[in-house]
Design a protein. Structure first.
Length: 326
């Protein structure tokens, strides 16, 4: 079997990194990059010694797999064309703007026996992977994902831009139906919600409190999880996991003090996007389900859209026009 033919559609900031990873990997050949801005496509194509195109339809029969990294509003149209053509796909998050369109892509991928992986790259953080191994029955989850303002990604609100990462992680960790959502949020520097908090309650009484901001002065990407006799703290930014576990008391009738076992795991810097793309290629080669299938992307989208809509309809929410003094 020869090398798989790969392409990247949308080679802006993030898409150019996708192209770089495919160029580095031995199992694939980057045969094309596509961008509606001709200069962008040509610049990335020259850098990675491949062909540049301005219309994704020009390469439908030239590739085996593709990363789609276009603005969210174009996800469905571009993804549908490739899935119709029998091309395996890594689709950046959020999967689409609507549940109906997400369901359509999932159904099309299943019909054509194709891999559809959604780009929730935080799942490939080694500290997050260990957290899944350590935590079995979470009771309370506290998440903060804060970042300074960056115009990239502001075509959607902070819920679909940042919070959706943690929505995906929480949903994949809690093995119970979500039964209630209490969100708040507001715009600050854009026409969309820029800071938001969502309080999620599950049928098994687990509670998750998720905060996301893209108007903070510094970065924070932390997850704290509590379950019976255990506390787990993950710093996604520095890839550190700390685990505190209560040890059993040997003699209940003694005055023995509480004893805690402490673990700390620090992981070396890893290229999460490279790991994500490697995992995608492995799924294509072996015909196995991806770590983040389309269904997971749809579940995260469903909750994210519910949070966004409730914030927008809330009396607490106020849209602050950019540049308006308050």
């Amino acid at each position: 079997m020869g090398k798989l033919r790969a392409a990247v559609v949308g080679v802006g900031y993030l898409g150019s990194f996708h192209a770089e990873k495919y160029h580095l990997l031995p199992d694939v050949e980057l045969v094309a990059v596509v961008d509606s801005v001709k200069e962008s496509a040509e610049l990335v194509a020259k850098r990675f010694n491949t062909e540049a195109y301005t219309d994704h339809k020009q390469i439908l029969d030239k590739v085996d797999l593709v990363s789609v990294v276009v603005p969210t509003e174009h996800h469905y149209t571009v993804a549908r064309d490739f899935l119709d053509a029998g091309v395996h796909m890594l689709l950046e998050k959020p999967i689409t703007h609507s549940l109906a369109r997400a369901e359509g892509l999932i159904a099309l991928a299943a019909k054509n026996n194709l891999i559809l992986q959604v780009g929730h790259v935080e799942r490939f953080n080694p500290a997050i992977r260990m957290m899944y191994e350590k935590i079995k029955n979470p009771a309370f989850i506290e998440v903060h994902r804060l970042a300074p303002f960056n115009r990239r990604g502001t075509d959607v609100d902070v819920v679909l831009d940042l919070m959706i990462h943690d929505i995906d992680i929480v949903l994949s960790m809690v093995n119970s139906p979500l039964i209630d959502i209490h969100p708040v949020g507001t715009s600050v520097l854009t026409d969309h919600v820029d800071i938001a908090n969502a309080h999620l309650r599950f049928e098994n009484d687990c509670v998750a409190n998720i905060t996301a901001s893209r108007v903070s002065t510094s970065k924070m990407r932390k997850i704290r999880v509590f379950e019976h006799d255990t506390y787990c703290s993950v710093d996604c930014g520095v890839r550190r996991l700390q685990l505190y576990t209560k040890l059993p008391i040997q003699d209940p009738d003694s005055n023995e003090s509480l004893s805690i076992n402490i673990e700390e795991h620090n992981f070396e810097a890893t290229d999460q996007l490279l790991e994500e793309i490697r995992s995608f290629i492995d799924s294509v080669q072996q015909g196995k389900a991806p770590l983040v299938p389309g269904e997971a992307g749809k579940r995260a989208l469903e909750v994210a859209l519910e949070i966004s809509e409730r914030i927008k309809s809330s009396k607490i929410y106020r849209r602050i026009a950019p540049g308006t003094a308050q």
